[in-house]
Design a protein around this ligand. Sequence first.
Ligand SMILES: [Zn+2]
Length: 200
Amino acid sequence: MSNPFSYPTTPHVRKHGPAGYREWENYRPWLRDEFDFRCVYCLCREKWGRRRSSWVVEHLVPREKAQHLALEYSNLVYACSSCNSAKSAKWVPDPCQHAYGQLVYVTNDGKIHAKNADGRKFIRTLALDEDDLTNYREMWLHILQSWKKHEPERYRQCMSFPDNLPDLTQKIPPNNTKPEGANNCCYQQRKQNKLPEIYG
Ligand SMILES: [Zn+2]
């Protein structure tokens, strides 16, 4: 089974470059698509419902510290609100500069482990080793393993992209440094039958 809690082993390369919005909420559909409809920090997916609450447009460098970056796409990621509140105004590495898979890994019991000092800091800052999240990961790993074997359709459902994909070709930002990215959004890929059924 592909492990849904496998962190990327290479830094994320942004495929979209919207710019010029006056509200960061306008970046939400871009960020959902950009970061595969899951929290960039804990890898929980929209598709799995909510752990404690919902999803936010997250500022890597907090607004309090750099107001001028508040509407910069390169400073925005997609996160669950549990991670957002754990991070608060603290610093975490930019996933586009540091592969989180070089910092941490998750084992089948749901536990997260640090690979180095930066990984320990990453875990601590985001409270990624708190019991409720460890149990949540363990539960999903167990369920998915069982469904993969006995209920493949449910497994596919849980490992697939959400139904409500945003069609980014219909969202025209004031500026866009990567306009070709919208044609390649998940919505368009699904329309052309190119979107993988599941992603790991
Ligand atoms: Zn999270």
